[in-house]
Design a protein. Sequence first.
Length: 701
Amino acid sequence: MTRNFARYALALALCAGAPAATINTTLTVNATGSLGLSVTASGTATLTNIGNGTFNATLSLSSADAQGNLSAPFTVTLTGGAGTITGTLKIPAAALSGSSTLTGSATVSGGTYGGGVSGGSFPSLTGTGGLSGTSLTLTFSGAGTITTGGGGGGGTPTPTITAVQDAAGNTPSIAQGSIFIVKGANLSTSGFTSFAPPRPTTSSGVKVTFTPAGGGSGTDVYLVYLYNQGGVNQIAGILPSTVAVGTYNVTVTNGTNVSPTFTTQVVANKFALFTQDSSGTGLASAQNYISATTVDLNRLTTGSVSGVTYSPAHPGQPVIAYGTGLGGYAAGDNTTSPAFDFSKTLTIQAIVGGTSIPVAYAGRAGYAGEDQINFTLPTNVQTGCAVTFQISVNGKLSPPTSLSIAPDANSTACVIPGYTTAQLQKLDQGGTITNGAFTITQFSISVQGTTGKSDVIGGGFTQLTAFQLSSASQANVSLIQSGSCQVITGTSSGTSAATGSLTYLDAGTVTINGPAGSGLSNQALTKTNNSYSLANFEGIPLPGQLNFSLPAGTYNLAGAGGADVGSFNTSITLASPLTVTGGLPTTVNRSSPLTINWTGGNSSDLVEIIGSTSSTTGTGTSATTTSVTFICLTTAGQRTFTVPTSILGQLFATTATNPGLLEVASGNLSTSFTATLKSDGSSIPGLFGSFIGTGASVAYQ
């Protein structure tokens, strides 16, 4: 199976968005300030489809209008020299008088981004404002538009780069000989132009150049396509295998002008799997091998669309997956690449549902920059609609994606709790499914000799596609298959970046009522981007946190209804936790399986095992934190669970100042409720669950 059976993988992967003309975007700001005659606030800003930057604003206390809103001129300075965006923010004065829900708006008046900003608006910004002494915190987010003026004066506008990412996982750092994407504005003229081998390094004056940061001659990449239409402007290229590993300044020349530099890293290999919605997460671009002349696209059910047949894989079946980043192969950079098998020189394995599988082939097979991975699923492979799928290259794992695997060769659909075959068919035909999920969790945690309880209430309503059932599993633990583990990777840069492509729906104000001693009486959950949460750490007082507890008893959750979801009510009763035999370990060896034993609980109760680590690079507003968390599910009656090394190996090694966490809890995911989707009046199935357990600060080695 060394033939490239489908070139669809490249087209599927190279279509992520970038800014141009009128840009649909979401502004998210986390800022702090100090209170005086005026209020200065600064922090981080994220503009989807545009980039990240710093936020600065000055609020005048005398600027309140009749509605009690304060006006504040603001500036967002984008990273990488991409320019600025300026405007006026309006927020309620109540946000400066203590902890308050913030509802505001913003208008955009100018800036230098994209050759010049001519306007824009964010009509509804929501979040929170808090005041402690003279220290102010502001967190808000909302959707809107920004319109770029395009350079003006009849001249060619200066190009700007907002991101340089691999073409599969959409993450920084580019492997030698791999396909990558440059995103930005004014990179090329309008339209779409693709190039077949031998590909040019320059087209109509457009080129992408990698120049060593330490000095030296630059290298122009091979162009795969130029794309500038429908609000998207980006360039796809293949990095020549001869470009040495190191730090580079990337520039785009658009004929007469050269962009500001954008710094990136070139590495020897960094493999990522293409995914079917190009998000870098969810269902992988993979095919189920039927015969030498027939392959099916890996999907949830069996069928066809536009002449392409699809089906779930099944145990014992060969699978072909596609990605980029195995490494350099100069002879195949700019040709119809001959077969070249990297598995002869690198240790490459497919990891499916935590099981390591040897590969039959891993490398180029006809397309420059694109790598093909052939392997056969074992007969005892985990089955389901969102089975975790990664590729290990010399022990380094690719970002998590998923495969759909049916129970056997006679099954026409995969199986996942809470979904019917008809619903899965709807997803495969391009439809969406909406679900609601809320959980109450409590963990007794020992951190550096201090014991407390971490209490969290949270959830929301999500709308998902066929490609993102794995992301739904991350948001709703009830969708993780019992006996298996799910790995969640997240990155934050002042604000959290959600993984996957879930759409969160507005359900209005959601409140919680608890039993006596809980301190929860019609308490509203904090709403952020339509996700709801409430958190507290008992035993370790934190400034500004709401003090509550989670004693055994009945808890009632109520939603008032919002723009997308109607009102709902549900309740759940919390029970007592399990007892972990011998307690939790203080040290975990990531290269050895971790076995946890316990007693107590009803045999049908779910048991959740969670491990988490994080790593931060940079400082201040430039700090970026990446977290890796695994969630494993089983039942209390099993009395034991072993977390495999394929899961543990994805965690970061910890330090004394940045330890990891390990938690074990039992819970109930049997309480269901319904709400109404306002767009069509249909019923939304919901689940209200709970997990109560224990956790500890752990050294992962």
